[in-house]
Design a protein around this ligand. Structure first.
Ligand code: ADP
Ligand code: ZN
Ligand code: MG
Length: 478
């Protein structure tokens, strides 16, 4: 039986986080009442002229640089013509022959290098509303607030070889765009969208097979599932003696399958031509230089710095560079005096748990990095035990007080004093004669129980190491 290899290329649309639209001054805020953020330009009134938003260009360049692209000094806007009610001008202003940037590359976890064909600027369309009105069965409503929102389209080479790699690539791309402040990463609101092109070919073949394009993939999971489904469908088709037809398919999440939307014959002829109302976009080398200089350190670079400069394990460094907020929180905790590995453990442990419970993220942390460092210092100095520290942490999150205040106010300071612990040990041994006899009879497991009893009588505050030592000594003495 012939083995088939999947071949995948992605086309990703990302909304740029500008305050105003790409060719007019209207707000890009999400969720405004329908058709309130509109003007003659984004409604496509005849005679209204577009003016390019410089911020959109800067953000596009940022993204392209992070993807290792070459920035084209001159790029050209073009009209992409098609009719649809959410496209008031009857064409979308996009870039076609000369895009903003070309020829990038991104490395993924499996070690593959994924080529970036191009990054170009374009405007978004409005939104058709088919549901939610009393007369929805007869009418479609259109909201033009999104019309003219700046987008970049990122097109990859057909370099991905599995559904998992495609999902990994997309996740990494999302993290980078969010990290850079280019995109908000919100796939549910549609500010990040992905279409996947997929074909299969005999494992030893050079030539690419016929591809299908799958749309409507608004989560990593859907992207992966849709690709898995589509790869299997194409392989089965070929094994059954059929052939793949070039078409656009839609992912039906409820049914868990892709369904045909339109074939190549029905495909649009967009009649692209240069946009006469906009001059070429010029991005000089000097401008590229200053955009590059203003960019935050990229996730990959930071990850490497975390292992090299702080001696963190790979795993920790990867976790802590999932978001810029997490990376910054970690560095501030260390700057406030915490040992890097302790800071990392606390952030990936208790802090992550607190965030999960409250549904917040580190952009809005439950305590400051300086406060966390204060807590870690108390543990390191032996003022409180690790177990007590977790309780103190809870109280810090709940009350906003510092670790020192809580420990002082609640008398949680660790009991280190030998005579104090020794008298607790004596009392526990006297009260648990049976357990003591068992231990001395050879049942070592009883030891843990006795440690627990001493800790309990100390309200959890006794230094556990010292309790172990003194208990052992007392039990083995006679
Ligand atoms: P189209 O002419 O249909 O727009 P393009 O050549 O512009 O196709 O490619 C669009 C996307 O499809 C790119 O991401 C590209 O990598 C991918 N692609 C092209 N050919 C194939 C193929 N045979 N199998 C899988 N993906 C492909
Ligand atoms: Zn407008
Ligand atoms: Mg194309």
């Amino acid at each position: 039986m012939i083995t088939y290899e999947p071949v995948i290329g992605l086309e990703i649309h990302a909304q740029l986080q500008t305050v105003s639209k790409i060719f007019c001054g209207c707000s890009t805020a999400f969720g405004a009442p329908p058709n309130t953020n509109v003007c003659p330009v984004c409604l496509g009134f005849p005679g209204a002229l577009p003016v390019l938003n410089r911020m959109a260009v800067d953000l596009g360049v940022r993204a392209a640089l992070a993807l290792g692209c070459r920035i084209n000094e001159h790029s050209i806007f073009a009209r992409k013509n098609y009719f649809y009610p959410d496209l008031p001008k009857g064409y979308q202003i996009s870039q076609y022959e000369r895009p903003l940037a070309s020829e990038g590359v991104v490395e993924i976890d499996s070690g593959g290098r994924i080529g970036i064909t191009r990054v170009h600027l374009e405007e978004d369309a409005g939104k058709s509303l088919h549901e939610g009105f009393a007369d929805s069965d007869r009418k479609t409503y259109v909201d033009y607030n999104r019309s003219g929102t700046p987008l970049i389209e990122i097109v990859t080479e057909p370099d991905l070889r599995s559904a998992a790699d495609a999902a990994d690539f997309f996740a990494r791309l999302r993290a980078t765009l969010v990290w850079l402040g280019v995109n908000d990463g919100n796939m549910e609101e549609g500010s990040l969208r992905c279409d996947a092109n997929v074909s299969v070919r005999p494992a030893d073949a050079e030539a690419l097979g016929t591809k299908a394009e799958v749309k409507n993939l608004n989560s990593f999971r859907f992207l992966q599932k849709a690709l898995e489904y589509e790869i299997d469908r194409q392989i089965e088709l070929l094994r059954g003696g059929g052939r793949v037809v070039q078409e656009t398919r839609l992912w039906d999440a409820a049914a868990g399958e892709t369904v045909s939307m339109r074939s190549k014959e029905e495909a649009h002829d967009y009649r692209y031509f240069p946009e006469p109302d906009l001059p070429p976009v010029v991005v000089s080398e000097a401008q590229v230089g200053s955009i590059r200089a203003a960019m935050p350190e990229l996730p990959e670079v930071r990850r490497r710095r975390f292992t090299a400069a702080f001696g963190l394990p790979e795993y920790d460094a990867a976790q802590l560079t999932q978001s810029r907020a997490a990376a910054e929180f970690f560095e501030r905790t260390v700057a406030a005096g915490a040992p890097p590995k302790s800071a990392s453990n606390w952030i990936m442990g208790e802090v992550a748990r607190a965030l999960n419970e409250s549904g917040r993220d580190l952009a809005d942390p439950p305590l400051s990095p300086e406060r966390l460092a204060g807590l870690i210092a108390l543990v390191d100095r032996g003022t409180i035990s690790g177990a007590i520290a977790k309780d103190v942490f809870e109280k810090m999150v709940g009350t906003g007080r510092s670790a020192e205040e809580i420990v002082a106010a609640e008398g949680l300071t660790q009991i280190d004093d030998e005579s104090e612990i020794a008298s607790l040990v004596d009392r526990v041994l006297a009260a648990n004669a049976a357990a003591v006899a068992q231990y001395r009879g050879g049942r070592d497991a009883t030891f843990g129980f006795l440690v627990g009893q001493v800790m309990k009588s100390a309200g959890g505050k006794a230094n556990p190491k010292r309790v172990n030592e003194l208990l052992r000594r007392a039990l083995d003495a006679t």
